[in-house]
Structures are given as structure tokens and as C-alpha cells.
Design a protein around this ligand. Sequence first.
Ligand SMILES: Cc1cc2nc3c(=O)[nH]c(=O)nc-3n(C[C@H](O)[C@H](O)[C@H](O)COP(=O)(O)O)c2cc1C
Length: 200
Amino acid sequence: MKKIVSLLMVLGMALALGCGAAAGKDSGAAKTAAKNTAPAKAGKSIVVYFSATGNTRKVAETASKALGAELLEIKPAQPYTEADLDYNNENSRVSKDHKNPKARPAVANQADLSGYDTVVVAYPIWWGKEPPVVDTFMEHAKVDGKNMIALCTAFSSQIGSSGEDLAKNVKARYLGGRRFEPSASVDELTNYFKGLGVEK
Ligand SMILES: Cc1cc2nc3c(=O)[nH]c(=O)nc-3n(C[C@H](O)[C@H](O)[C@H](O)COP(=O)(O)O)c2cc1C
């Protein structure tokens, strides 16, 4: 009899634990559903940017004003010299990295962005996509599930799929991305963010 009672207790506990786990899963699903509704507010937001020659810095500064967001420059551990940036030289640093999709140049100031709701990442277009040092930073920034917006500058290219691909790689929730001129105004950026459902 004793054996039957303890067996029933074990069964009861297993059932209770099982229900708990199921309940846990349900609340997770609810959280995921909530994440899929575009926020009216940016929440705690930050603009992170890499800029080799200053153009993207201007857009990033304007974006941070438009969103009332913090601003952080992604600094490569080894800064890019003019020779490094020579894309016409197939032996330059950027050309070598371009030939190796796994290249991940080290970052001097890696940050953990898990405390933010919205992360805006700004970069120059290099061969149609983001520079690899941006990948290094974002892959270690803990942005999974965060809202992500991509901004870029370029000679003539558009942002293409670079922002979306980056968001997918780091499991962020991509709201959109666009190229801006370095001279873009606060109003232009504010309107763009509003269009994505994100406001100060
Ligand atoms: C390695 C390298 C590759 C580039 N590739 C492109 C490109 O594919 N398309 C384009 O329009 N501009 C390209 N550019 C130009 C930059 O995107 C443009 O000058 C950008 O505004 C520079 O931003 P920054 O001053 O913030 O570094 C490239 C520049 C470099 C250095």
C-alpha cells in the first residue's frame, strides 16, 4: 500500500512539474507574440556606428538626436589607415578581409547591448554590405530579440539586404534600414524612424 501511495505521489509531482513547464512555454509564446508588435516608443535605445572616414559618423550623430538615443562608436582594435582602405589594391587589409567571409577584425570596445530595447546600427557600405568589424561587434553585443534598425552611407549603393542579413545573423528583430546622405537632417531621420513605428 505504502508503495502505491508513494508511486501516486511521484506521479502527482511529475504531472505538476509537467504543467509548470507547459505554463512556462505558454508565457514564452506570449512574450514572443508581444515582441512582434511594433513599439510606439523606441524604449531605451542606442545608436552604434562604425565610420572609417567620417561620413557615417555624421548620420549616426543625427540619428541619436532624432531618437534621443545614446551613441557609441565601434572602434576597431587596429584602426584602418588610408592604405588599409584601398579597395583598388587586392593586397590591402580590406581586400584581404573581403576575400574571407569569416574575417572578424577585433573590436577595441565591445559592449553588451542586452539592456537596450532598440539598437540602431550605422555603417559604410563596403562591397555591398557592412564592414566585417561591424559583424564582430554585433555578434558579441547580445542583441537577440532586440529591435534593430540599420543605417548606411555609400558612394552610390543602397543598403540592399545587408541590414536584414545582419539582423538574421544576430537574431535581432529587424524593423528596416536605409541609406542616408551624411548631410541628412534630424527631421529626415525622425520621419524615417516614425515610419518604422519608432519614436523618441
Ligand atoms: C573598402 C570599401 C568598399 C566600398 N564599397 C562600396 C560599395 O560597394 N558601394 C558604394 O556605394 N560605396 C562603397 N564604398 C564607399 C563608402 O561606402 C562611402 O565612402 C562611405 O560613405 C564611407 O563612410 P565612412 O566615411 O563612414 O567610412 C566603399 C568604401 C570602402 C573603403
